[in-house]
Design a protein around this ligand. Structure first.
Ligand SMILES: Cc1cc2nc3c(=O)[nH]c(=O)nc-3n(C[C@H](O)[C@H](O)[C@H](O)COP(=O)(O)O)c2cc1C
Ligand code: SF4
Length: 522
């Protein structure tokens, strides 16, 4: 039993969805009742997640030597943890040591996620105390053109998937004619194995708000929308509360931080369609219509929401802005490789030993990410395939593990970085089934506007099903390849246009699963 503490002890328990799913609320409640029973003054701060999901719920305690982490903690562990002197950072089988020294965290370069898992997401004081608002303060002393130049010089490219340079998008919107301009934050995060947007919205929402405010000042927009996927109820609650706090603190409103700039944000909830993450479909949905993709041009920068010039940016793109403004474009640009500058929050998921979020400069090899950082598979079996970039990303074999994580290197191998999701499969995966799934997914999620995607996805699923039955394999593979070429070159958007990435990479790198599918499936 610990001695009664005169001072209030402080612990940090995540309230991020991932940690909640693993029992974080029960853990917080167990600490609260145990502290009451022991008459220990205990301050329980709810934070976002540090992104080490195999250790969640990870509880940290504030000590004279910094924050000491314990995890994964179950409610049933709480009494024993307190008995062992956890509030003083004492030894215990669940003790992980100083949080910042955990190798998975120590190896990262945390810029966008610098505060995530550390601060109380709804405390603007905590946000300021951890360098929040410094980017906005600098932006307010600059002209819009200077802000855009800083973003351009940083080399930031859109983290939503297409990798388009953010500075150029902002400049186009700034220069477009329009009585009203908008900033739309794409928070539809639907890619398999991705959760970085959610982590920021739940763990550091003022960062996203600050990024949107800076974007508004830069392009001359006074209104912003966050389009949030309906499957994120915790993010919704946190964002609603954060927007209210931001209004009170004058981060939002008629006079942002006492300046002559006005900016406010509305939160809108999507209805659960993957294609509504595509920017023009998203704009249709925001306007209250069915999420049908629009033909481009015109680009949203010229003719976006309600026909007005609009910036559509991903959560991570916008959340990267404050640190670029605060520290300067050069600091950001110095990280990364080739034309892929700055950091990328890699999300490790699927059959992987250490699932979680790893923010690092572009350029690590795929093998380093999967084996060194991810620890290989959770099943302990050999890694066979890795899908990067969501359901429309390519499957890579181990033979390509030397490939650096950057936009151009992935494109050269007919793949994409996408939103940075890395999903690992062991040697029990059936790649013909994965190719079938890609077509099926496309058929289910297609908006139906163009025939290559609407019809091609259904026909493709049929052909792969025939291959899986061992019927006319060579002929059906030829047809699938032809179909993929048609979909790639004549689909209206990247939903139909990118399905060839998973399908053709599965055929190219794992041909044996198609040639003799029944043997592979046995
Ligand atoms: C089918 C489809 C789904 C998409 N889903 C998302 C999404 O969930 N989130 C996102 O930010 N971008 C998504 N995108 C990319 C957007 O169309 C757009 O490129 C992005 O929001 C632009 O922001 P960025 O430049 O900051 O990346 C999707 C694209 C397609 C074709
Ligand atoms: S490719 Fe698919 S989702 Fe995109 S416009 Fe065509 S039918 Fe719609």
């Amino acid at each position: 039993m610990t001695a009664k503490r005169a001072q209030t002890a402080k612990i940090y328990v995540p309230c991020d969805s991932g940690a909640l799913a693993l029992g974080a609320d029960e853990v917080a409640a167990a600490f609260e009742s145990a502290a009451e029973a022991r008459q220990v003054a205990l301050d329980i701060v709810r934070t976002g997640s540090r992104g080490l999901y195999w250790l969640e719920p990870m509880v940290e305690v504030a000590t004279a030597d910094g924050r000491i982490a314990y995890g994964p903690v179950a409610a049933s562990d709480v009494d024993k943890l307190l008995d062992s002197g956890m509030l003083n950072g004492a030894e215990h089988p669940l003790r992980l040591g100083a949080a910042e020294e955990i190798p998975f965290l120590k190896r990262q370069t945390r810029l966008t996620f610098a505060r995530c898992g550390i601060v109380d997401p709804l405390s603007i004081e905590d946000y300021r105390a951890h360098d929040g608002m410094a980017g906005l303060e600098r932006a307010l002393a600059m002209t819009p053109a200077e802000i855009i130049e800083e973003v351009t010089q940083s080399g930031l490219r859109g983290r939503g998937g297409a990798g388009f340079p953010t500075g150029i998008k902002w400049k186009t919107t700034r220069e477009a004619e329009g009585a009203q301009k908008y900033i739309v934050c794409n928070a539809d995060e639907g890619d398999s194995g991705t959760f970085s947007d959610r982590m920021i919205m739940e763990g550091d929402p003022f960062l996203l708000i600050e990024g949107m405010v800076i974007a508004g000042i830069a392009v001359g927009a006074t209104e912003g929308f966050i389009y949030l996927r309906s499957e994120y109820p915790h993010a919704k609650r946190t964002l609603e509360a954060a927007i209210a706090v931001a209004r009170q603190a004058n981060l939002l409103g008629k006079s942002v931080a006492g300046s002559s700039h006005a900016f406010d944000i509305d939160l809108r909830i999507g209805a659960g369609a993957y294609v509504c993450g595509e920017e023009t479909s998203l704009l249709e949905s925001l306007e209250g219509k069915r999420g049908l993709v629009r033909a481009k041009p015109p680009l949203p920068a010229h003719h976006g929401l309600f026909g007005m010039p609009t910036v559509v940016n991903n959560v991570i793109s916008l959340a990267s802005i404050p640190v670029i403004l605060e520290r300067g474009a050069g600091v950001y640009h110095d990280l990364g490789t080739g034309r892929s500058r700055g950091t990328i929050p890699i999300q490790l998921a699927g059959n992987v030993k250490y699932p979680g979020l790893f923010e690092v400069g572009f350029g690590l090899t795929l093998g380093e990410i999967v084996n060194d950082i991810g620890g290989g598979t959770a099943s302990g079996r050999p890694v066979r395939a890795v899908q990067v970039g969501g359901p429309l990303g390519a499957y890579f074999p181990r033979a390509l593990f030397d490939m650096p994580f950057d936009y151009e290197a992935f494109a050269a191998q007919d793949g994409l970085v996408g939103h940075g999701g890395v999903v690992v499969f062991d040697d029990t995966v059936d790649m013909a089934r994965q190719a079938h799934f890609a077509f099926e997914f496309c058929a289910r999620e297609s908006c139906g506007k163009c025939a290559p995607c609407r019809v091609g996805s259904v026909r493709g699923a049929e052909r792969v099903a025939h291959i899986m039955n061992g019927e006319h394999i060579a002929e059906n593979l030829r047809l699938v390849e032809n179909l993929c070429n048609t979909m790639k070159h004549s689909s209206l958007c990247a939903l139909g246009g990118a399905v060839p990435f998973p399908v053709m990479s599965a055929i190219r790198h794992f041909r044996e699963d198609f040639d003799d599918h029944r043997a592979a499936a046995e």
